[in-house]
Design a protein around this ligand. Structure first.
Ligand SMILES: C[S@@+](CC[C@H](N)C(=O)[O-])C[C@H]1O[C@@H](n2cnc3c(N)ncnc32)[C@H](O)[C@@H]1O
Length: 290
């Protein structure tokens, strides 16, 4: 089959099923190893049968709404490619904003402090945040990733090895493994969908781990838990960075302020939605014991 025809057929099938037709090119890139430009300019190329069959298989799985990263086993995030599997959430574009804000927080905190900063990624999943922050921070940091899922941690370890970054991973329910006043920065992209929203989301989400997506009946339950234990684990002046839903800005701000965080700020994602809350543990914040 000609490359041009394979592309057109895949685009048409995807479009008719309500899937972005641009994915046809991504599928062909993964299967053939050709670049996007080559696919557009070399339409007369004859594809071998094995590639044609693989393209057909990927398209049929996308018609069942299996997420593309689960088919290819990888996902581009920030500046690298990460291994993903059905045990972990597929890294999202909007989470790259959280990485950028954390790298910025490392920089501004490090200028005030001489010792090595300890940074924890709570709910690390594929390790995409922890590995990117470690790799692209201008300063050496002690980076840890925690998750309650053993299988997610296996994927995260694999990604850290692949990218040759030194990140320690730990199985823990949120921050329960850490003592009072022991951390400088906590970053988290927790599950923040409500169970109701999850039922009404796009079909792709049903393939991803429920515990990585749903934060409870209201969606803010895990955000609340993390905020409450962060004020305990952070050192004075330490920074908490949380990704949240675009409709959860006020709730997260209130939870942070109620728990004694100061200097709240909201960072917007590429789509212009308030997506990341940042705040500091002030001098007078009360660290409640657990
Ligand atoms: C939204 S995913 C984020 C994954 C990854 N950090 C990312 O941004 O792509 C949330 C992660 O939190 C983990 N998680 C859920 N409940 C947890 C808990 N009680 N303690 C630790 N991790 C938890 C899930 O296993 C999942 O990996």
């Amino acid at each position: 089959m000609l490359l041009r025809k394979a592309l057109l057929v895949a685009q048409k099938q995807l479009r008719s099923a309500g899937v972005r037709s641009e994915e046809a090119s991504s599928i062909i890139q993964v299967v053939t190893g050709l670049s996007k430009e080559e696919i557009l300019s070399d339409g007369a190329r004859v594809l071998v049968d094995r590639d044609v069959n693989m393209i057909k298989y990927f398209v049929s799985e996308r018609l069942r709404r299996v997420p593309l990263p689960y088919l290819t086993g990888k996902s581009n995030f920030y500046r690298d490619t990460f291994l993903v599997g059905t045990n972990v959430l597929c890294p999202r574009k909007e989470t790259e904003v959280l990485v950028g804000s954390t790298i910025h927080a490392v920089e501004s905190l490090q200028t005030q402090k001489n010792s090595l900063l300890t940074v924890v990624d709570a709910g690390t999943g594929s390790g995409c945040i922890a590995c990117s922050v470690k790799k692209y921070s201008a300063w050496p940091i002690h980076m840890l990733g925690v998750d309650m899922s053993f299988h997610a941690l296996e994927v995260a370890k694999h990604n850290a090895r692949n990218l040759d970054v030194d990140v320690s991973f730990l199985q823990s329910s949120w921050l329960s493994a850490f003592s009072a006043d022991s951390l400088d920065i906590i970053v988290s992209n927790p599950p923040y969908l409500s169970s109701f929203d999850w039922k009404n989301c796009e079909p792709e989400l049903s393939y991803e781990p429920y515990t990585a997506l749903v934060g409870g009946t209201t969606g803010t339950e895990m955000l609340k838990q993390i905020i409450e234990s962060s004020i305990f684990c952070l050192r004075t002046g330490g920074v908490l960075l949380l990704e949240h839903g675009k409709d959860q800005i006020e709730q997260v701000k209130n939870l942070l302020e109620k728990n004694g965080f100061i200097d709240y700020d909201c960072v917007f994602d590429y789509g212009g939605h308030g997506r990341v809350a940042t705040a500091r543990k002030g001098e007078r914040s009360i660290s409640k014991s657990r």
